[in-house]
Design a protein around this ligand. Structure first.
Ligand code: PRP
Ligand code: URA
Length: 214
């Protein structure tokens, strides 16, 4: 992968995140553990992806007196791609103050054509121009789903768009960065390739099915 491409991609290689990812990859990991581990990894990735958010000073009283503190000052939008992105959205909401807005994007990849089909959106006509948007989906495979979701926000002329995934295929990274060169990507790993069915190899299988036990 080109080094210019890699400036847009942040691989979270923390040993604990890699250990969790290993449990997610294991085909023997049961649904209950998969969900728990996926939530843990989602917290890691959300923290890392939101590293660049701005803050302003805000005082606070500790039990011993006044102290300097901060509050986030950016307008944050969380955009999970259904279904699998929900696990990342819960984590992102968990760590964000209640001011983050959540807009769900319903996309389904056609198993034959691998094209993303939109089945649900409820986006506003406008977002503040200083919005920071986090598009959340555990799997960046061909990039079709991510590109469709990103395009919805690019149209609204927001300030930054960031894609957060557990795993990314080189093909998917290339595809989304060709369309959106300013996009930032945070992921736990870049895998080897896509197979003939558009699955990430070695990957972890079907993320939605493994999270929801379907
Ligand atoms: C999976 C995954 C991504 C998409 C990735 O979702 O969660 O959204 O496929 O593939 P792509 O990069 O080739 O578009 P899927 O469409 O299977 O829906 P689901 O989350 O409801 O299972
Ligand atoms: N969607 C998944 O859930 N897994 C893949 O490997 C590719 C697309």
């Amino acid at each position: 992968m080109k080094s210019s491409t890699m400036t847009n991609v942040h691989v979270v290689d923390h040993p604990l995140s890699q250990q969790i990812l290993t449990r997610l990859r294991d085909y023997q990991t049961p649904t209950s553990e998969f969900r728990r581990r996926a939530a843990q990894l989602s917290h890691f990735l959300a923290y890392e992806a939101m590293r660049d958010l701005n803050m302003r000073e805000s005082g606070v009283e500790t039990p011993l007196g006044p102290a300097k503190g901060v509050v986030l000052s950016d307008y944050v939008v969380i955009a999970p791609i259904l279904r699998a992105g929900l696990i990342l959205a819960e984590a992102a909401q968990d760590i964000m103050p209640s001011t983050a807005r959540v807009y769900h994007i319903g996309l389904k990849r056609d198993e034959e054509t691998l094209q993303a089909i939109t089945y649900y959106t409820k986006l506003p006509d406008k977002l503040p121009s200083e919005s920071h948007v986090y598009v959340l989906d555990p799997m960046l495979a061909t990039g079709g789903s991510a590109a469709a979701a990103i395009a919805m926000f690019a149209r609204l002329e927001v300030k930054t768009i960031h894609l957060v995934s557990f795993l990314a295929a080189p093909e998917g990274i290339k595809a989304v960065l060709e369309k959106f060169p300013d996009l930032k990507i945070t992921t736990a790993a870049i895998d080897d390739h896509l197979n003939e069915n558009g699955y990430i190899v070695p990957g972890l299988g079907d993320a939605g099915d493994r999270i929801f036990g379907t």
